[in-house]
Design a binder for this molecule. Structure first.
Ligand SMILES: NC(=O)c1ccc[n+]([C@@H]2O[C@H](COP(=O)([O-])OP(=O)(O)OC[C@H]3O[C@@H](n4cnc5c(N)ncnc54)[C@H](O)[C@@H]3O)[C@@H](O)[C@H]2O)c1
Length: 458
């Protein structure tokens, strides 16, 4: 017997349908966030279909190859749900969306080279949904979007021009913005509260039931989609702005002869101080993009004069790779080592610790600038051993490859680097110049090991 359309159900009816596994879920975009999400749904016993345009990814998943090696525990669930056939993947929208009651959109929302948010994946899928969505289904947007994007654009794209679909009548929509931290998604999916909002109160309650069935976390009801998306952006832009603040402080305190890390450690004793740390820059698919999403939102509203703090913060964070270059130039000059024709090892290439992800990594502008100065670059990053990045082969062994290096720059503080043998580094390098942009190495330890050391904020 065909179940009642999901959008016509009340919470109790949906709960029963979920318990009896009679709801089919389709996750569109099975990348860093979408795959663990789809695996969680499948692991709850719901038939789950993953849809992606990346045919290589689909082929690998269908061959049993788990693609997210830096996302622990999901490999076990992956093997289980593939074997039990609770999770199927495809590139065919008709084979997936049309068969699902719930469609989760976990599509990328990056920005272009002019920092303009790029919603082309969401727009393209929304247009296809207008053709393939089955009557009465529920669309939930997990992607990070500007407040108002669902209300002002997505709904009409899904409704399309064929008069087949009308929101709240033939389909419903809501959001559950994703907040998980790459590398820790399993932990976050079992701990972090989630925001839920629907096009009306009943839909918010239905979204609540769906997530409650899969994730053992607190679900916070938002009054509407745009407020939920505003919360998501606020939390990340808060970080971007605060990191910019400490980045600028670290440059200023350096001129005053004050150690920024000592300041931050003591500042933490104040009950309402939330610590952020300086670094070579802010990368990844979230923080920089999210700041530009809010700025784009203001521009669309014709409110360009607002959000000046976010603009200034972006400027500071985007200037940090240049500041690191300055630290390198000064330290080489002071040590009488010629930077031109030198060889420098970049330690850590990911945009943040413990993940295999180089999206908008500050390592890239640092490498680009050093190359223009005639520097030969080497890279060591445990997540990218033997791969080729930025036209450079990543070294397999740090200590075997630093003997011809005149300098080493810590760009990413992966946990694996926390117990670096500084004496060995010092003895192996051609000239033992180390620039630490992440507070990985203590000044005193560096000195003891005989390094010529400069730490950002130290
Ligand atoms: N990665 C994070 O740290 C993180 C954290 C929280 C939220 N988010 C947000 O989650 C969303 C997804 O991010 P992600 O990191 O998982 O992205 P991702 O790039 O890892 O994955 C996106 C997937 O969507 C697929 N895709 C692209 N266009 C498609 C289309 N037209 N049809 C079907 N599939 C398509 C891609 O092939 C890819 O596999 C973004 O909005 C992002 O901002 C990301």
């Amino acid at each position: 017997m065909k179940i009642k359309k999901i959008i016509d159900m009340n919470s109790e009816e949906l709960k029963n349908s979920l318990i009896s596994n009679s709801i089919t879920v389709c996750v569109v975009g099975i990348g860093r966030i979408g795959l663990p999400t789809a695996l969680s749904f499948a692991n709850s016993g719901l038939h789950t279909i993953g849809l992606d345009i990346n045919s290589e990814l689909i082929k690998n998943i269908n061959s049993g190859i788990y693609p997210l090696k830096d996302e622990p525990e999901y490999d076990i669930i992956f093997d289980k749900v593939i074997k039990e056939k609770f999770f199927l993947v495809t590139t065919d929208i008709n084979e997936s969306v049309s068969k699902a009651d719930v469609i989760l959109l976990s599509l990328p929302t990056p920005m272009d080279k002019n920092n303009i948010p790029d919603y082309s994946a969401l727009r393209s899928v929304a247009k296809q949904l207008s053709e393939y969505l089955s009557e009465g289904s529920l669309v939930i947007v997990e992607s990070t979007i500007e407040p108002g994007f669902v209300e002002n654009e997505l709904i009409s794209l899904i409704e399309g021009s064929q008069n087949r679909l009308k929101v709240e009548k033939n389909f419903a929509i809501g959001v559950c913005p994703e907040t998980a931290n790459p590398g820790e998604i399993m932990v976050d999916f079992t701990k972090l509260p989630r925001l839920v909002a629907g096009i009306n109160e009943n839909i918010t309650n239905l979204i609540h039931e769906i997530y409650h069935h899969v994730f053992p976390v607190e679900l916070i009801h938002m009054p509407n989609c745009k407020t939920a998306n505003a919360v998501k952006l606020t939390t990340n832009v808060f970080r971007d702005v605060n990191i910019a603040f400490v980045n600028e402080l670290s440059i200023f305190f350096d001129k005053l002869g004050i150690d920024t890390f000592t300041v931050l450690e003591a500042a933490k004793s104040k009950y309402n101080f939330q610590v952020h740390y300086p670094g070579a820059g802010v990368g990844g698919p979230c923080l920089p993009v999210n700041s530009y999403q809010l700025l784009n939102s203001a521009k669309t509203l014709g409110e360009n004069n607002l959000l000046s703090i976010i603009k200034a913060s972006r400027k500071v964070n985007e200037s940090m790779p240049d500041h690191v270059i300055k630290l390198i130039q000064n330290t080489f000059n002071e040590s009488n080592v010629d930077l031109n024709n030198s060889t420098i090892m970049i330690l850590g290439i990911s945009y943040k610790p413990n993940v295999k992800d180089i999206q908008l990594t500050p390592a890239e502008p640092i490498i680009r600038k050093l190359k223009t100065l005639g520097v030969k670059i080497k890279i060591f990053d445990p997540f990218y051993k033997n791969e080729k990045l930025f036209d450079i082969f990543v070294e397999n062994d740090l200590f075997e490859s630093i003997s011809d290096c005149d300098g080493l720059i810590v760009v990413t503080n992966h946990d694996e680097f926390s117990s670096l043998n500084l004496e060995l580094i010092s003895s192996k390098m051609k000239s033992p110049i180390v620039i630490d942009s992440r507070g990985l190495i203590q000044k005193d330890d560096a000195k003891k090991a005989g390094l010529i050391f400069k730490g950002l904020g130290q």
